[in-house]
Write a protein that binds this ligand. Structure first.
Ligand code: PGA
Length: 252
């Protein structure tokens, strides 16, 4: 059975107050979740410690980015070891905002994935096409290339630490969600690509991200190859986020 995951990516939002109130609320509500979903909070790195304390081993905590090196003179960077040291078990890699705004390449993504899985952390590797690429009929090819390059350094015994998040760039923060059918088609395609590179494709969790809300999560999560969601805007609203976590069907 694949891991079912709902992860809230706060991006550069939130505060110490939100870390206490929202995480406290999500933790107490998640105690009654009986659908086997792993709930992950991904705040800005500076609030990780506050979130870890509030999460109290009930929720998992992650970071939005990690440095690609082990240690050294890299001002402003945080290593995978440090992330683990602070109690995180997850990290996003290659979010489209990192790729587009900070010029993160597939090689950098691969190096970061390598650092994370070597430290025993779960890497949520984000992939997705732009609107232009979709309209040109290149969506599947673009995503396949990102998957292949980003996961090039994963060793046979490290696949259990890999999660792939499909986030079409045109759906992020825009209110436009891919239809459940289109998302399913891409997820099935990603699973084929994973099988093609020798990964245990059937056991790797694939998350969908891009304007997931309380009212569309259930339809997305009902699809056979969608194992959870990466949630941006709605993860900052306590009740909406919990409602999304509850939308995961049990026993799939
Ligand atoms: P959104 O963001 O849910 O606000 O569209 C998703 C993401 O960027 O991970």
């Amino acid at each position: 059975m694949r891991r079912k995951i709902v992860a809230g990516n706060w991006k550069m939002n939130g505060s110490k107050d939100l870390a206490e109130k929202l995480v406290g609320y999500v933790r107490s509500e998640s105690e009654s979740l009986d659908n086997g979903v792993e709930v992950v909070i991904i705040p800005p790195a500076i609030y990780v410690r506050d979130v870890v304390e509030q999460a109290a081993d009930t929720l998992a905590v992650g970071v939005q980015n990690v440095g690609q090196w082990q240690s050294g003179a890299f001002t402003g960077e945080i290593s995978a070891e440090m992330v683990k040291d602070q109690g995180c078990t997850f990290a996003l890699v290659g979010h489209s905002e990192r790729r587009q705004i900070f010029g993160e390449s597939d090689d950098m993504v691969a190096a970061k994935v390598e650092r994370l899985v070597s430290c025993g952390l779960t890497a949520v590797v984000c992939v997705g096409e732009t609107l232009e690429e979709r309209e040109a009929g290149r969506a599947e090819a673009v995503v396949a290339a990102q998957v292949k390059h980003g996961l090039a350094s994963v060793a046979a015994d490290q696949w259990s630490r890999i999660v792939v998040a499909y986030e079409p760039v045109w759906a992020i923060g825009t209110g436009k969600t891919a239809t459940a059918e289109d998302a399913q088609t891409m997820h099935a395609s990603i699973r084929k690509v994973l099988a093609g590179i020798g990964a245990p494709a059937e056991s790797i969790s694939l998350l969908y991200g891009g304007s997931v809300k309380a009212d569309n999560a259930a339809a997305l999560f009902a699809e056979p190859d969608i194992d959870g969601g990466l949630i941006g805007g709605a993860s900052l609203k306590d009740k909406d986020f919990v409602s999304i976590c509850r939308s995961m069907p049990a026993g799939t």
